[in-house]
Design a binder for this molecule. Sequence first.
Ligand code: HSE
Length: 308
Amino acid sequence: MSITAFAPATVANFGPGFDVLGIAIDGAGDTVTVKQGEHPGIHITAIHGDDGRLPTDPAKNTASIAARETLKAAGVEMSLEIEIHKGLPLCSGLGSSAASAAAAAFATNQLIGSPLRKPDLIGPCIEAEAAVSGRHADNVAPALLGGLVLVRSIDPPDLIRLPIPDGLTIVVVTPEHEIPTSQARSVLPAEVPMQTMVSSTAQIASLVSACYSSDLSLLSRCLTDEVVTPARIGLIPGGEAALGAALGAGALGASISGAGPSLFALCRSERSARSAAQAMQEAIAQAGPNSTVRISPANCAGVRRVKR
Ligand code: HSE
């Protein structure tokens, strides 16, 4: 018996919510198949779609680490064989490592009879993320649960699913340019002035309120981030211009997706999203790179079982 699961791409930070907000998007994602192995231990039998770049060492790949930690959390000992189909580009700000972890944790849990609930898989997925890109849950949480998730705490995990205003649409534009999360984290300031802390807290609190009240006008005022985005935007060719272009094309707000270089914009409708996407692509092209567009409803499902 084998179980195959799909986990979606995710947009972490969602504007002002560095390491605490993340949202799932539709379409692209990673697919992982897990089955009982013939040899002791956990083995990665194949990785497709990564051009041979990801480690097959089970101690270094987020899928196998998440599977191992899921077995541990369930108190089950079992040998596993894991096959990974990467649907997400690496180092692109789309939560690629988190998608592999979430799909592997979910498939492993189903293989052993689902002793754990989805929220119990957060801990195993955080361990996997910590091994490759830093200890944060703003990609793994929406990859598992779907929708927009607020991470109140990772130790112990405490996650809140936020409501999403009807019709809200998200555009993600991914330049052909890689930025490892470790590099994007290394440029962040070690200290934040008190006044910046005050305004950042107000932004996140207002954003949460806007989600509960479906107040798109308020939402459009609270997507800016004064700390992380200014430190990173220079790493993204055409990044600053693309964020401005999205707003000029009518987007409610725009920012960096996760560690970048992907950028996202929130829009009132799919039509508005298409205009924002075109404006963002043109701005990035002026700086050199080609880019790929993904347009998705903001309210998308998280990890699920699929047929192979
Ligand atoms: N919150 C993390 C960061 C997400 O921005 O570094 C990385 O995918």
